[in-house]
Design a protein around this ligand. Structure first.
Ligand SMILES: *Cc1c(COP(=O)(O)O)cnc(C)c1O
Length: 232
């Protein structure tokens, strides 16, 4: 069977390594985050059998639904979708990492719940690099203030880097400009105390461009799991 999940995963890994080679980057310098949103626990179990251990989701309720039947696998759940402040408690219970941290009041809510739970959380700050009104993310201008806030007030949040979604466009130059903007922001604002080592950027349709622009982590849904059919 040619269109198995195993063969799709192999094809993605091959394309990642080819893009690394083109960009003069070490093979293995780009991690794959499989995005399992809208796919059921069975699909995640199939992916886990191929060696995948971290899964990106965009709803806390969906993580809860999958975490129970998959508890035997010891998987880590990564939140990549917009988070309402009132979901902070669910995050503190079920989530290993948040890549969609986009505002100080969410950081404060997470800090409170994590403190109560006696744990910490890896986070990436999501940046709005495209002018599309529908895209969430922190205004790039506000990043220095946000980083200062996190350092001063949110010790339970371990800031690892930045995340973005590129503009949804057929123009590769416009997509590339979004990824480049994220890398330049990192160059401008990284410090010894906060090196912002990770750049999560690139999805099924644009991950090779993202790798050429310095992505350390690509978030792949449909190219691995198949087309999503969203509920109406
Ligand atoms: C859904 C989603 C992805 C994966 O998208 P695909 O195009 O299916 O690879 C990546 N990042 C975020 C933030 C998403 O919501």
């Amino acid at each position: 069977m040619t269109d198995s999940m195993a063969s799709r995963l192999a094809a993605i890994e091959h394309r990642i390594s080819q893009a690394c080679q083109r960009a003069g980057r070490a093979p293995g310098s780009v991690a794959l985050l499989p995005v399992s949103k809208t796919f059921d626990a069975r699909a995640v179990r199939e992916a886990a059998a191929l060696g995948l251990r971290r899964f990106g989701e965009n709803k806390t309720q969906e993580i809860r639904q999958k975490a129970d039947p998959l508890a035997d696998l010891g998987l880590s759940w990564v939140m990549i979708g917009h988070l309402q402040t009132n979901k902070a408690k669910d995050v503190a219970r079920d989530v290993a990492e948040v890549q969609s941290l986009d505002r100080a009041d969410l950081a404060d809510a997470l800090q409170r719940r994590l403190h109560d739970a006696g744990r910490s959380l890896d986070v990436l700050v999501q940046i709005k690099t495209s002018p599309e009104p529908s895209k969430f993310g922190l205004d790039p201008e506000a990043l220095p203030q946000m980083l200062a806030h996190l350092q001063q007030h949110c010790p339970a949040l371990r800031v690892q880097g930045l995340m973005t979604m590129a503009v949804n466009s057929d123009d590769p130059a416009a997509v590339r400009a979004c990824f480049r903007r994220l890398r330049e922001l990192r160059e401008r604002h990284a410090t010894a105390a906060l090196p912002l080592a990770r750049l999560s950027m690139g999805m099924s349709g644009d991950f090779e461009i993202a790798i050429e622009e310095g992505s350390t982590e690509v978030r792949i849904g449909s190219a691995l799991f198949g087309a999503r059919s969203y509920p109406a």
